[in-house]
Write a protein that binds this ligand. Structure first.
Ligand SMILES: Nc1nc2c(c(=O)[nH]1)N[C@H]1C(S)=C(S)[C@@H](COP(=O)(O)O)O[C@H]1N2
Ligand SMILES: [Mo]
Length: 327
């Protein structure tokens, strides 16, 4: 089997793409981390990951089929194709496994057996779900959503899961509950992570929505993608998808969902508050301090990783569902 080596976008991700990664190269952020040169050597090392075989990638994507009732026609994306599965599966953000896009292989060490999600906090009916409970308790459907990363790349992805509002119904938040905090799995013993983690980053990865945002029909908890259980690099076995917000709002590999009264601290917002605001609604007229958000690199079709420049839409094209939340 011939190795398909298509390093184009990886090279780009390390040199040119305006990414969350840049923090790790900045003096201000490296201060307090051991060794100021680690940023540079890390990138040199991970460059060779691009030659990992297509077969291993395909194996990582070969998850069991997931049963769902229907592909929800309300959310069809008509102006762009669904991103090819193997492009989406090898171009990821999952900082627990490193700060480059090609972490799919490292992410295979995520321990997903006997997964449990604790739903707790200001609710009348707290509950800890295992994966079977989740699949049985909620009607699963497929939704094809636009996906826009704050780094100005985008995809169209077919998720399988259920609307977060169904979880609200199940656990009955009290009237005090104003925010939801999602926590990702993190264990420094089992997640290798780049060596510069060293406990200096605010792990676990946490994100948050207001309860009104969570109750919006679009807010989604995904258990699958491309008709199969989630591969580890996409945040197995359960992750959040909030399509009108930048991708970082959707925590991967969720272990805890808490209903709280105050706005909780969140990962990127804690690290760099002026660059990653809490709300993070997709907004082409509001540039990131270091780059424009007016357009995006849409990653759709192979062969190889490439993109088309497209205009970014307010609320990522979902204004009719969510604009009223912000008036
Ligand atoms: N736990 C965790 N969740 C995370 C991230 C992360 O680093 N760790 N990255 C976020 C960012 S920046 C993006 S763009 C998406 C990427 O999802 P994908 O790799 O499945 O496309 O996951 C989000 N969720
Ligand atoms: Mo992102």
């Amino acid at each position: 089997m011939v190795l398909i080596r298509t390093p184009k976008i990886w090279e780009l991700s390390e040199n040119e793409v305006t990414s969350e990664t840049v923090y790790f190269n900045r003096r201000s952020f490296l201060k307090g981390l051991v060794g100021a040169s680690i940023g540079a050597s890390f990138f040199a090392l991970t460059g060779c990951r691009a030659s990992s075989s297509q077969t291993a990638l395909e194996d990582s994507l070969k998850q069991p089929k997931i049963q769902f009732i229907t592909t929800n026609p309300d959310f069809a994306v008509v102006d762009r194709p669904i991103t090819e599965q193997d492009l989406a599966g090898r171009y990821n953000n999952f900082y627990e496994f490193g700060s480059t896009k090609n972490i799919w292989l490292k992410a295979q060490s995520l321990p997903t057996e006997n997964w449990k999600v604790e739903v707790t906090g200001l609710v009348n009916k707290p509950k800890t779900y295992d994966l079977d409970d989740l699949k049985k308790s909620f009607p699963l459907e497929e939704r094809i959503y636009r996906f826009r990363c704050v780094e100005a790349w985008s995809m169209v992805l077919p998720w399988v899961g259920f609307p977060m509002k169904e979880l609200i119904k199940a656990v009955e938040p009290t009237s005090q509950a104003k925010f939801i905090r999602f926590s990702s799995y993190y264990d420094s013993k089992t997640i290798p992570g780049p060596t510069f983690h060293l406990g200096a980053l605010p792990w676990p990865y946490q994100e948050s929505l207001t309860i009104d945002e969570m109750a919006n029909d679009l807010a989604f908890l995904a258990l699958g993608i491309y008709g199969h259980d989630l591969p580890k690099q996409h945040g197995a076995p359960i992750r959040a998808v909030i399509p009108w917000k930048y991708g970082f709002k959707g925590a991967k590999s969720i272990v805890k969902i808490e209903f709280v009264e105050q706005q909780p601290a969140t990962y990127w917002h804690t690290i760099v508050p002026n660059e990653y605001d809490f709300q993070a609604n997709v907004n082409p007229t509001k540039p990131h301090p270091r780059w424009s958000q007016a357009t995006e690199k849409f990653i759709g079709k192979g062969p190889g990783l490439s993109w088309e420049i497209k205009e970014t839409l307010p609320y990522n094209g979902y204004g009719k569902y969510v604009a009223s939340l912000y008036t």
